[in-house]
Design a protein around this ligand. Structure first.
Ligand code: PRX
Length: 653
């Protein structure tokens, strides 16, 4: 953990409380704060009975479990002996109900093309795709890599994997070929599903070309590549290895029964950034994960049969897995997907879509709200947003000003806001208001969901009490928790369960106010959330030092009005290289090539040396202050070379 970021006491005002609107509350699944408290207490009294009840009432099981939880700290097995299938729960079980003909996926492409798939149609496509995968030799337990644009076939591919027990590992389309190669190698993917390209801001993201490059650099496990035609651009196909999605789908049978899988069967691996240079493959399994996301989607978004629900996240991140695909579909909801950028071709694209499809629930990231504020309120004002009834945020702390703006300008003052705290590792939402029950405060995620037991503690694991900053932990296992890090159980134990003995350590700093409400302050480790994207500073440092000109690099975050956090890199060069703007641009491109364009540092500063303690640790706190343009307030007596600090300040243009 870095020595630097201390948890700052919140200066946010806590007197602004918004009660759930009476009309909303009267029709909600949980209608009053007293009902929430009752549910919370019931779950706390007997967590296993509570989660067993949820799993039984929310999901279809082929075989019921014999034990709700087998907890061998820190390894958990939920619903031991139970058998189910995610695809069956998201599709087949709805086919005998009126949901059969309801729209499951509502999709808009960036160029303006649009598609609708009912549950029956989606089921048909998924069965065929599952047979295509089988035809390519995929069996239960094999890993399938997915690197696609945000198109319905991405959801089809995921559900097809789950249908036959293949474990998917999705790589966000913004990642580079190098990142794809590393992830596919770590997961030992047998098949990769991609597309010729995807649209982004009027341009084409050449996904297939990146897959080709990744495979050319060596991913020996991959036997076949399935390629969706999205843009129609010419892409070279490698004989034997590459197959067109449409050719294979045309030949495939639509008969493919969902395979009963063990509750602990690995559902997906999702790579996420940690505190080392190497991303971690977070493993989620079948029964517990689906229980958690199904239940939380219903409660937090208060889903009703006629809702048009839109989560703007890309499916390449966990929010898209849990709250674009699995949670909504398991609930029989209509989930909207949009392929493009929210301001393309104009800054009102997002509001145009809300009005066009009559979106009732909008779940997005604070960074997007701050961008919208910057673009100007005239853009949302052009559109009829009166169908909206609930708003949500996720991914980073939301500043109260953005919250208020969202509430007033987008929600028209009538929509509750659910500020949901969770992580790739938690699988589903952990802390959030229930919109019909919990009074909200701008900037606070409020209280944990029933069945979830967070706390704010000191380094010894002792609760710090109200109004004191500390470390956010989770005290008890929960069904959606990650089970391990793929291929590295030791890292799982060390990273999450060793920092605060006996607790799951989140990496976040938090505080509880006098109402017990949680205020998550952000990461206290070397992980940053830049414009809603989680990145590890060490990963970016590794990318920078892999450039021939770079001797040493330190990357820190600095505050940014729109992105929340931006990245500042301090770089020392090898002797023969000269600092220049050209080299800065080259280094930024190098990071884009190694990781992805979204990881490019916002600032690059060249320096003769980096400030270090006597033991050789880079003094990140100091760099953070310099990057933020603040006077350094910390104790600098341990600096090896104080003149370094002065020189860094001088170079501060
Ligand atoms: O720092 C917290 C922040 O996002 C981190 C998790 O990032 P990721 O795994 O990419 O998942 C993002 C989507 C679930 C957390 O450790 N974070 C997430 N939601 C919030 C948040 N910080 C404050 N408030 C939130 N609502």
């Amino acid at each position: 953990m870095s020595e630097g970021k201390t948890v700052i006491e919140s200066v946010l005002r806590e007197d602004r409380k918004f009660a759930p609107p009476a009309k909303f509350a009267s029709a909600a699944h949980v209608r009053s704060f007293a009902d929430y408290e009752k549910l919370y207490a019931e779950a706390a009294r007997d967590p296993e009975a509570f989660w067993g009840g949820i799993a039984g009432s929310h999901l279809d099981w082929f075989t019921r479990w014999t034990q709700v939880l087998d907890w061998q700290p820190p390894f958990a097995k939920w619903f031991v002996g139970g058998k189910l299938n995610v695809s069956h729960n998201c599709l087949d079980r709805h086919l005998a109900t009126p949901t059969r003909d309801k729209v499951a996926l509502l999709w808009e492409g960036e160029p303006g093309d649009s598609r609708k798939l009912t549950y029956a149609e989606l089921h048909h496509e998924v069965c065929k795709a599952a047979n295509v995968l089988k035809g390519l030799g995929v069996k239960a337990g094999d890993r399938v890599g997915i690197y696609m644009p945000l198109v319905p076939e991405l959801a089809v591919a995921m559900l097809a994997c789950t249908r036959i027990g293949a474990t998917h590992s999705i790589v966000f389309g913004g990642f580079s070929a190098e990142a794809v190669r590393d992830r596919m190698n770590d997961a030992k993917a047998k098949v990769v599903i991609t597309a010729d390209g995807g649209y982004r801001r009027g341009g084409v993201v050449p996904l297939k070309a990146s897959v080709d490059q990744a495979l050319a650099e060596g991913v020996p496990s991959v036997e076949a590549v399935l390629v969706l035609k999205r843009t129609g651009d010419d892409v070279p196909m490698v004989a034997q290895r590459d197959h067109w999605w449409h050719d294979e789908m045309a030949k495939a049978s639509a008969d493919c029964p969902a395979v009963p899988l063990d509750a602990e069967h690995p559902l997906f691996i999702l790579y996420t950034s940690g505190t080392t240079g190497k991303p971690k493959g977070v493993v989620h399994t079948t029964g517990g994960y689906l229980t958690h996301v199904t239940y939380s989607t219903k409660l937090v978004f208060d889903l009703k049969d006629d809702d048009v629900y839109w989560c703007t996240a890309d499916i390449g991140w966990v929010t898209g897995h849990s709250y674009v695909v699995y949670g909504p579909l398991a609930n029989g909801a209509t989930s909207l997907m949009f392929e493009g950028a929210p301001n393309h071709p104009k800054p009102d694209r997002i509001w145009e879509i809300v009005a066009k499809y009559g979106v009732t629930i909008l779940y997005t990231a604070p960074t997007l709200i701050r961008s919208v504020v910057k673009w100007g309120e005239e853009w949302p004002a052009k559109h009829d947003l009166s169908t909206l009834r609930l708003l949500g945020t996720v991914g980073e702390p939301i500043n109260p000003e953005a919250w208020m703006w969202y509430h007033d300008k987008i929600g028209g003052g009538r929509c509750p806001i659910v500020d949901t705290w969770w992580q790739t590792e938690t699988g589903g939402i952990m802390i959030s208001p229930l919109p019909g029950a919990t009074p909200t405060k701008p900037g606070s995620g409020t209280l944990p969901l029933p069945g979830i037991h967070p706390d704010v503690v000191d380094r010894t694991g002792k609760s710090v009490g109200l109004n004191q900053g500390g470390l956010l932990v989770v005290r008890k296992p929960w069904p959606g928790m990650l089970r391990t890090i793929y291929g590295d159980p030791e890292r799982y134990v060390k990273q999450y369960w060793s920092e605060i003995e006996g607790n799951y350590f989140t990496g976040d700093g938090a505080r509880r106010d006098s109402d017990g409400y949680y205020w998550v302050m952000g990461r206290i480790d070397d992980v940053v959330n830049v414009a809603g994207h989680r990145l590890g500073t060490m990963e970016i440092e590794s990318a920078l030092v892999s450039h021939r000109a770079v001797a040493e690099a330190a990357v820190v975050d600095r505050p940014d009005d729109v992105k929340g956090q931006a990245l500042a890199a301090f770089v020392t060069l090898e002797g023969q290289y000269q600092a220049s703007d050209k080299l800065k641009a080259e280094l930024r491109e190098h990071v884009a090539k190694e990781i992805g364009a979204f990881a490019k540092p916002d600032d690059i500063r060249f320096t003769d040396s980096l400030p270090k303690t006597r033991s050789g640790k880079i003094m990140r706190r100091l760099l953070r202050d310099i990057a933020a343009g603040k006077e350094s307030v910390g104790d600098t007596t341990t600096l090896e070379d104080l003149s370094v600090l002065a020189r860094l300040r001088e170079s501060d243009e």
